[in-house]
Ligand binder design. Structure first.
Ligand code: ZN
Ligand code: ZN
Length: 790
């Protein structure tokens, strides 16, 4: 044998040869990864193979050293848009002498699982085909490819193959099959591949389920639906993860009608517009907002609303931010283009029920809300609401995590046991942990009805099946009456270990996990309600915490909520209760705006409830303090949705400084504030609010505007956080930073002021990124805490 035949030397050039065995993990299946590897190998003149296993993609390449090194680099830097690479391991070895590069048969392995791609917004090449009259998919509402389209919502089981999705009922036509089989085609192994000849179809029906297309003769169902929308009708549209209710967002009457029928009097709706340019006509879109709006996730983004927008005020009454998104399915793209108007797009449900999924179910549950239904015959397997995000500190932060984010896991900084965290009551999610992953479910909803509980239960089963998780431990909230807690306790009867977790500890732990931290922090957990370890309602908490334990080192003073739940619905009760307790009856002057909302008899009832401690639970909640100030100023006395009083108080603070010419920096720099007192009681620091209320009331009597008072109040809370953190840090040198969590930090003005103050006084500040700071992140916190408790 001649020496040049040594596997280390190229026959032709005499250059050195190299071989590599590569394993790639992450979301690398069903996203066009193998065709990408194939193309890359051919481009670099490499030989070998690629195939999928149940847990990774395996690759073998050999060729000239430089080419192999290039390939290894570009494998990560040029990966397809939907691939999400978790790890790449490479081993080099002597060359074997392959003659070509091939895509080999997939290999299934028992007991292994892989990550699943969330659904993805229509990609640019598919949109091009959709709008091209020459293309065979012109205006076809189910156009997709390996870079876009439905994924998680149609998957019933793994591995991800067409027979295990709701596409199994559709036999591909020869043209689609040829695309599917060609490794160099954009639709190679695109499981939902379809075309007008062989794929799903849309149909327009009335609210009795009767087809209406023939009546609007000659129009296709989408154009007919757009006509109805232009006429002010409400149309339920079957989307990716469920039905959305649509109407003309510029038509006051249509939006009001939708509000009445949906029994949602003022909670903001989101809108969908056709293009990013149109979005800019309604909102002040920053470059970061634009990145998020046009991303493959295509979430609803809350953006400052333009004063000259044609969108009806009824869409988001009293608010200065508008929830806006771009079309994310081909059906949306053509419907929006046909309609030529911004459309309200809100979950197809009544109040807080789960989003409707099946055609029959939608007709049953939504026939009193929608006039017409634009349905189709591709089933939705998993319900999925739209995700909601904001841009803060230069990056996107999720407020609701659902479509296009779940079930992508959060990577944990440690190896986890198999755990189920059941979450809280409002904005529930659950979380399943395994290996280094926390699989946080999509937004499930408020756990107040049997329908939501069923959705919760069936989605847990789906996740357990897909990711092969068998929980050894179940974590739950301390509140015994939460449906999620009851669910956990029932499972506990079969012998699974239960770990109860305090609500605000869970908030802080979720922020730690979200940032991949393990060391203790000062946790500032501000929200509306969470059961405390002492049986009171907590919500204005300063903790020193890590995953293992927490120490409550400070909180707002306890004050009574007269009527309990009634005080939450009617913040004027909270305001009066706080004033009576802190300042006495004399302070309840009839000139106060809050006194306009209440008659003398109710004031007497409130007084008696507080004096005799009847149904007046004690609360240290920051959310309730915002409610009380909002009601005291006459901004919001009664609420229609959770957080409304606090949100409108925040909006008032913007008004004090916003003409849109005034920058965010100007808002942050206003310094005036209210007094408060910090006292120490058995090593816990208590923030006393007597002085704050007394001076706010003085300001009201002086005729100072509610806008300016609100601004001063926001400054006060930011200063209070900063001062408390300094006091705590002086005593606890082990802490490395401050974590901010809880629904109150959805208040962007407060968040911005607080972060600025803390950072300028030298603290490292951690806020939420991939997980909502509200109760949508609680189950993650429960899960990581339980992991260290057993
Ligand atoms: Zn595509
Ligand atoms: Zn076809």
């Amino acid at each position: 044998m001649l020496p040049q035949e040594s596997p280390y030397m190229s026959e032709v050039t005499g250059q050195s040869l190299k071989s590599a065995s590569i394993s790639v993990r992450g979301i690398v299946q069903g996203v066009g990864f193998r065709p990408f590897v194939y193309g890359l190998a051919v481009e670099h003149n490499l030989k070998g193979w690629v195939y999928n296993t149940s847990e990774d993609v395996k690759i073998e390449v050999e060729g000239e050293t430089e080419a192999v090194e290039q390939f290894e680099q570009e494998l990560e830097t040029k990966a397809p848009p939907l691939a999400h690479i978790e790890s790449v391991t490479i081993e080099h070895h002597p060359s074997i002498g392959y003659k070509n590069f091939e895509i080999r048969q997939s290999q299934a392995q028992e007991g292994k699982y892989q990550l699943i791609s969330p659904d993805v917004a229509t990609c640019q090449p598919c949109l091009g085909e959709l709008l091209n009259p020459e293309d065979r998919r012109y205006r076809y509402p189910f156009t997709n490819c390996t870079n876009c389209g439905p994924r998680f919502t149609i998957i019933e089981d793994m591995p991800y193959d067409r027979p295990k999705t709701t596409m199994r009922y559709f036999q591909m036509c020869p043209q689609c099959q040829a695309e599917y089989d060609n490794p160099l085609d954009r639709r190679f192994h695109a499981q939902p591949n379809a075309c007008p000849k062989c794929g799903p179809r849309v149909e327009l029906v009335d609210n009795q389920g009767n087809p209406v297309t023939p009546i609007l003769s000659g129009l296709n169902p989408v154009t007919a639906a757009s006509q109805l929308l232009k006429d002010g009708k409400i149309v339920a549209i079957k989307g990716l993860g469920g039905f959305l209710l649509a109407c003309d967002a510029t038509n006051d009457t249509a939006v009001k009608t939708l509000r009445q029928r949906k029994k949602r009097s003022s909670k903001p709706f989101a809108i969908m517009v056709t293009t990013i340019d149109e979005a800019k006509r309604h909102c002040y879109v920053s470059p970061e907002d634009e990145n998020l709006l046009t991303s493959p996730q295509s979430p609803i983004v809350l953006i400052k609303w333009r004063e000259d927008s044609s969108v009806s005020q009824e869409v988001a009454p009293n608010l200065r931010f508008l929830g806006i998104m771009l079309p994310y399915t081909p059906l949306h793209h053509i419907l929006l283009r046909d309609t030529g108007l911004p459309l309200v797009m809100t979950s197809g449900n009544l109040s807080e029920d789960p989003i409707a999924r099946d055609n029959d179910e939608a007709l049953r549950r939504l026939s009193r809300i929608a006039d017409y239904f634009l349905v189709h015959n591709r089933d939705i397997y998993s319900r999925y609401d739209d995700s909601v995000a904001i841009v803060e500190r230069g990056t996107g932060q999720l407020i609701r995590r659902a479509r296009s984010y779940a079930p992508y896991p959060i990577r944990l900084p440690f190896e986890a046991k198999q755990i189920l965290g059941c979450g809280a009551e409002e904005k529930n999610t659950f979380c399943l942990a395994k290996d280094n992953y926390a699989f946080l479910s999509q937004h499930i909803g408020d756990m107040e009805s049997m329908e939501t509980l069923e959705h919760f239960d069936s989605t847990i089963s789906l996740y357990e099946g897909l990711f092969h998780v068998e929980p050894e431990v179940i974590a739950h909230d301390l509140h015994p009456d939460y449906l999620a807690t009851k669910y956990a306790r029932e499972l506990g009867e079969s012998g699974v270990k239960l770990i109860p977790v305090q609500h605000h500890h869970a908030h802080i732990a979720s922020c730690l996990a979200d940032n991949g931290l393990e060391s203790p922090v000062i946790g500032v957990a501000f929200d509306g309600t969470g059961m405390g370890a002492d049986g009171n309602i907590w919500g204005g908490e300063f903790l020193v915490a890590d995953y293992r334990s927490f120490n409550r080192v400070g909180h707002l003073e306890y004050l009574p909520l007269p009527g309990g739940a009634a005080a939450i619905k009617r913040p004027y009760r909270t305001a009066i209760g706080y004033i009576l307790t802190l300042l006495g009856e004399d302070a309840l002057n009839h000139d106060l705006p809050v006194m306009r909302e209440v008659d003398d008899m109710e004031v007497e009832v409130i007084k008696r409830q507080i004096e005799r401690r009847i149904n007046s639970p004690l609360s240290s909640s920051m959310g309730r303090l915002f409610d009380a100030i909002s009601a005291l100023l006459g901004i919001r006395a009664e609420i229609d949705y959770e957080g409304q009083a606090a949100v409108e108080l925040e909006m008032a603070a913007y008004s004090s400084v916003i003409a849109s010419s005034v920058s965010d920096e100007a808002i942050s720099s206003a310094q005036e504030s209210y007094p408060y007192r910090i006292v120490e009681d058995e090593r816990i620091r208590i923030v006393q609010l007597r002085d704050l209320f007394s001076v706010v009331i003085e300001d009201v009597h002086k005729g100072i505007s509610k806008e300016r008072i609100s601004g001063k109040f926001h400054n006060t809370i930011a200063q209070m956080i900063n001062e408390m953190c300094h006091l705590i840090a002086d005593e606890t040198p082990i802490v490395s930073g401050v974590a901010l969590s809880g629904g109150v930090f959805q208040n962007r003005l407060l968040l911005r002021k607080t972060v600025n103050l803390l950072e300028s006084s030298g603290f490292q500040v951690f806020t939420h990124r991939q997980v909502p700071c509200n109760d949508g992140g609680i189950s993650l916190g429960q899960t990581v805490i339980a992991n260290f408790a057993v």
